[in-house]
Design a protein around this ligand. Structure first.
Ligand code: C5P
Length: 221
């Protein structure tokens, strides 16, 4: 079973993906980390972020085993990631790796922006997690402050709005929900309620697909 979770920055899609992966004992890939690693490599090199050849080279050199999640989640890397993610050659270079991960025997959970539309349109389960920009900025702000970053709420909100516009407006693999995805808008929901909605949907899909038997009527086995 492939579970594809998409959504904008700080929507909580990563938490949903991680928890579903743990629940069903499936491997999980946060695909944002791949774009973040390319962005971080370009930042570290000091070169221009829109240098297509250099960004594609960085994407091809990526090693899944050596991603430093903690460093890649830092503030400026997200913006750099969204810039290199708009380069078609970068997306192409990361395609095989993501296809391979999605199609491993037994299935997988992947989260990102284009999992249900481009990477694994055949996914049995597609969920699009979203929330208002203000709610997402508030959560991301709290998270960054918790990590000791000195950053204001307004700056975080601006960053989220800019990234939303770039991710949704790019010509290749824009952030868009798959027609057959369940949309969970968690502006007014906490983490538990968001996860419960996702889990209920996966269970319904599993019954629909015959992966698990439908619940027997009262008293049945
Ligand atoms: O999800 P996260 O915020 O870590 O992603 C960082 C950036 O990587 C996003 O703003 C987006 O531009 C890009 N991305 C993407 N496609 C994905 C995952 C992330 O374009 N599947």
């Amino acid at each position: 079973m492939i579970i594809a979770i998409d959504g904008p920055a700080a929507s909580g899609k990563g938490t949903v993906a991680r928890r579903l992966a743990a629940h069903y004992r499936l491997p999980h890939l946060d695909t944002g980390l791949l774009y973040r690693a390319v962005g971080a490599a370009r930042l570290a090199s000091g070169g221009a972020l829109d240098d297509v050849a250099a960004a594609a080279r960085a994407a091809r050199a990526l090693d899944l085993e050596s991603l430093d999640e903690e460093a890649l989640k830092a503030g400026p890397v997200g913006e750099a990631a969204s810039r290199v993610a708009a380069i078609p050659q970068v997306r192409r270079a990361l395609l095989e790796l993501q296809h391979g991960f999605a199609r491993q025997p037994g299935g997988a959970v992947l989260d990102g922006r284009d999992i249900g539309t481009v990477i694994a349109p055949e996914a049995e389960v597609k969920i699009f997690v979203t929330a208002s920009p203000e709610a997402r900025a508030e959560r991301r702000h709290r998270e960054l402050i918790g990590r000791g970053e000195a950053i204001g709420y307004e700056t975080v909100l601006e960053d989220i709005r800019r990234r939303d516009a770039r991710d949704a407006g790019r010509s290749i693999a824009p952030l868009v929900r798959a027609a057959d995805a369940l949309v969970i808008d968690n502006t007014e929901l906490d983490k538990e309620a968001t996860f419960a909605a996702a889990l209920a949907f996966v269970e319904a899909r599993r019954r629909e697909l015959g992966i698990v038997a439908a619940a027997a009527p009262d008293g049945g086995a």
